[in-house]
Design a protein around this ligand. Structure first.
Ligand code: NOJ
Length: 512
């Protein structure tokens, strides 16, 4: 198989927020088609689309209720075929999100599964009995979910608990079920046949679970991700998907492995000889500041530059010649990198610095929509403006022990919605994203921070991205894409290179 993905310039599109063609306030597939020429001009050769399947949108499409249909607000299967076709005409490959860890509770499999203990779909999901502690019924284990609360939810129909490591409406699939796997492989094949070029495999690290034994910890629900992450069977499942389906196509796969995966574990996923994934997204470099603990009044954001450098160096050196790697600053689960590691007072320079740091390393760039113009975190002033279920759950927890002001600071610094506000195309109403009120508010700074403005400014971040992309495709390709990485200034902590800034978040909106 060819290794086209190594030389690809990837771009992640968050469909809900990219471009709204029918003015219903929600981005859609026709809207993406309208912007393909913009992406071509930027130099993009591969797009990754966030999930566009039919879904009740509890988690913006990661809760799939039908893998074979497109969410009506995004368009139709014909729009999707059209998008693939139009992208291919421009030499742009299309990568879909593949959600294997869970479905929506509105998926027909789950609707069946919960009906009775002997339903034929029962073992498509992970069910267990509660445990009895001194006459009180408890969840099968004390494990926490990523979105807050327990990793289990009791279903009243059969009085058993189903596992759900994300939201209550996202029951986890049971990869031990042969029938479920067979149905999944069929679905994976469907999209391959439709012409997609690759998959970003969502939450791939979690397909296997440890034995149901309580974790040690004081909290009611213990955040012990080791019970649900990077366990041995995950690798078997990945090999199976490849052998059953993907190896028959020239497909590319990138898995979302997340935080805490060490080099050996990453190699288990991506080493060339393993036939599992082509590359992974790790999360270590996404949180090298104190953003998670930002529930204090006068929050000072500090970047741990040494750790950040080491995160890159660890994988650049450890994976060299053994596998391939994804180069990315952020995705839709992280704050905007400009707000995290840049300095908005030096917006133009920060954007260029961030691009230079990352995109001269070896690997495949995946630029997150809006990064190329230096979009910033959202300017949320009230929780009612926040849409993300995990952030809302977290906010509700935080206000039990903190003030609303502190909880909102935390939202503005670490919430996932910070990177989900609409793409800022121009300075007009709603940033040119939509003529109707968007599903989530556009940042006020679209008046000066937008694509149109930067296209017309030869010194802009956008034009700088174009140049870097051009250089990656030029006669320097060999050295940039395949050259060896060496970290210089290993001990240099000069934080002033990045930031130690009093956060801009308390300044009036129009100064941002
Ligand atoms: C990772 C996705 O990137 C995130 O947005 C989603 O909430 C979880 N997986 C669950 O699918």
């Amino acid at each position: 198989m060819s290794k086209w993905y190594k030389e690809a310039i990837g771009y992640q599109i968050y469909p809900r927020s990219f471009n709204d063609s029918n003015n219903d306030g929600i981005g859609d597939l026709v809207g993406i088609i309208e912007k393909l020429d913009y992406l071509l001009d930027l130099g993009i050769t591969m797009i990754w689309l966030g999930p566009i399947y039919k879904s009740p949108m509890d988690d913006n499409g990661y809760d799939v209720s039908d893998y074979y249909s497109i969410a009506p607000e995004y368009g139709t299967i014909d729009d999707c075929k059209n998008l693939i076709n139009e992208a291919h005409k421009r030499g742009i490959k299309v990568v879909m999100d593949l959600v294997l860890n869970h479905t929506s509770d509105e998926h027909p499999w789950f609707i069946e599964s919960r009906k009775s203990l002997d339903n034929e779909y029962r073992d498509y999901y992970i069910w267990a009995k509660g445990k009895n502690i001194n006459g009180i019924e408890k969840e099968p284990t004390n494990w926490a979910s990523f979105f807050g609360g327990s990793a289990w939810k009791k279903d009243e129909i059969t009085k058993e608990y189903f596992m759900k490591i994300f939201s209550d409406k996202m029951p986890d699939l049971n990869w031990k079920s042969k029938a479920m796997k067979k149905d999944m492989f069929k679905m994976v094949e469907f999209w391959c046949d439709l012409g997609v070029d690759g998959y970003r495999v969502d939450a791939v690290a979690h397909l296997d679970r440890a034995e149901f034994i309580d974790s040690v910890g004081e909290e009611k629900y213990v955040q012990d991700w080791s019970k649900i992450s990077n366990l041995p069977k995950v690798f078997d499942y990945l090999e199976e998907i490849n052998n059953e389906v993907l190896n028959n196509y020239d497909m590319f796969s990138v898995g979302e492995v997340g935080g805490g995966a060490n080099l050996d574990s990453v190699l288990d996923y991506v080493a060339y000889e393993n036939n599992r994934l082509d590359m992974v997204f790790t999360f270590d470099h996404n949180w090298r500041n104190n953003g998670f603990d930002s529930c204090i009044d006068e929050f000072i954001q500090e970047v741990d530059l040494l750790s950040l450098k080491n995160d890159f160096a660890r994988f650049q050196t450890g994976l060299y010649n053994k596998s391939w790697h994804a180069l990315y600053w952020l995705n839709h689960d992280h704050p905007r990198v400009m707000s995290q590691y840049g300095n908005i007072e030096h917006h133009n320079l920060s954007g260029k610095m961030l691009a230079t740091v990352l995109y001269f390393m070896w690997g495949t760039p995946l630029i997150y929509n809006g990064e190329e113009i230096g979009m910033t975190n959202g300017d949320f002033s009230d929780i009612s403006e926040v849409r993300d279920i995990s952030s809302i759950n977290n906010y509700n927890e935080v206000i039990k022990t903190h003030t609303v002001k502190q909880a909102m600071t935390n939202i503005r610094i670490s919430a996932r919605d910070n990177s989900r506000t609409p793409m800022q195309w121009n300075s007009s109403m709603n940033g040119g994203f939509s003529e109707s009120e968007p599903w989530i508010r556009v940042n006020e700074n679209h008046k000066w921070l937008n694509v149109e403005h930067q296209l017309n400014d030869s010194n802009s971040i956008l034009n700088f991205y174009k140049n870097i992309i051009r250089i990656r495709k030029s006669e320097y390709k060999e050295i940039i894409l395949y050259g060896e990485f060496e970290l210089t200034y290993k001990e240099n902590k000069r934080k002033n290179i990045l930031i130690k800034l009093k956060t801009h978040l308390f300044l009036p909106k129009d100064t941002i």
